[in-house]
Design a binder for this molecule. Structure first.
Ligand code: FO1
Length: 315
């Protein structure tokens, strides 16, 4: 059995722990197609927060409290940069994490595509799933915001970390998406999958940038395999993060049904055949989609693997 997971953010990383546990039980292969819209160049370093969250989480090196970055981290470089007055001070890189960015940046500057760099980094972490960036090309999520400085587009990380999404926002733009190509292996993985899962990641800033890569949405929509999504919203609130603020920018209701309808059912030109919601959202209706209510809290690997089993059984 081949499982493809569209993923981004910490929700995606934690969900993949359960997918890997399920896959080990049944002998399945897993490919994660990961968001790159959060990526940025900073201090000469290429930083890929979502790829790193997945890699560190599956490799046992993630900080469980923060959710991002490395466990047992130190912050000497951050303090030294601050002493120089180097901006931005609102985005901190840990010392151990910087080693990852140094290796990645050296390889990228040497001409290797992000997918090859990711594979090289993963040889250390042995995540047990194949990690593919959605694209090797530049695709950055920007937010079009408005304040006393007027209307302007800012990088997603500035919107998320500096402003904590607390700034009037008109829309999100996926810069570079029109000309981006799916990374090698992405379309093939989706085309030959037995199951495509949409992780309980932020639909607006984690999954939408993946689907914005030309050809990727169509590959999922036309996939011969069933497509099952997992709601990131439980009882009207995001499990983690700021999906509520992101959905508000799109004018989409922050509910399991609202996100399910945003993805849409395949009979109506959307993506989903099945939609897993939490038990408290049992009444959710998504036209053309089989909705099932199951426990959706990713409290541990076993609970998360049970969600994956429920997704398989839904198909
Ligand atoms: N999140 C923060 O809230 N503050 C930070 O300073 C910060 C730095 C950072 C550095 C590397 C990295 O991979 C992630 C980092 N994050 C930080 C997390 C990141 O902003 C977001 O959580 C994700 O991009 C959203 O998925």
């Amino acid at each position: 059995m081949r499982i493809v997971v569209l993923a981004g953010g910490i929700g995606g990383a934690r969900f993949l722990l359960g997918v890997r546990a399920y896959a080990r039980e049944v002998g399945a292969e897993v490919t994660a197609v990961v968001n790159v819209g959060d990526d940025l160049w900073l201090h000469g370093l290429k930083i890929c927060p979502d790829l790193d969250s997945v890699m560190y989480t599956l490799g046992g090196g993630a900080d469980p409290e923060r959710g991002w970055g490395r466990v047992g981290e130190s912050w000497t470089v951050k303090e030294e940069l601050a002493a120089y007055g180097a901006e931005p001070t609102w985005f901190g890189l840990g010392d151990k994490d910087i080693a990852t960015h140094l290796v990645r940046s050296t390889m990228i500057n040497g001409g290797y595509p992000l997918s090859a760099v990711t594979e090289a980094l993963a040889t250390r972490w042995q995540p047990g799933v194949r990690l593919l960036p959605a694209t090797d090309d530049r695709l950055e999520t920007h937010a079009v915001v408005e304040d006393e400085q007027g209307q302007r587009a800012i990088h997603f990380q500035e919107w998320w970390v500096r402003y904590r999404a607390n700034i009037a926002t008109h829309r999100f733009v996926f810069v570079g998406a029109e000309t981006a190509k799916p990374a090698p292996g992405v379309l093939e993985a989706i085309g030959s999958a037995d199951l495509v899962l949409v992780a309980p990641s932020n639909p607006v800033v984690s999954i939408a940038p993946v689907l914005a890569v030309p050809g990727l949405r169509a590959a999922v929509a036309d996939s011969p395999a069933p497509v099952v999504g997992v709601s990131p919203i439980i009882g009207g609130a995001p499990v983690r993060g700021m999906a509520d603020r992101c959905l508000a920018v799109l004018g989409v209701e922050c509910s399991a049904a609202g996100v399910g309808r945003l993805y849409g059912g395949r009979p109506d030109g959307g993506l989903l055949d099945g939609w897993l919601v939490a038990e408290e959202d049992a009444g959710a209706v998504v036209p053309g989609v089989t909705v099932r209510a199951v426990p959706l809290r990713m409290t541990d690997e076993a609970a998360t693997a049970a969600m994956v089993r429920a997704a398989v059984e839904l198909t």
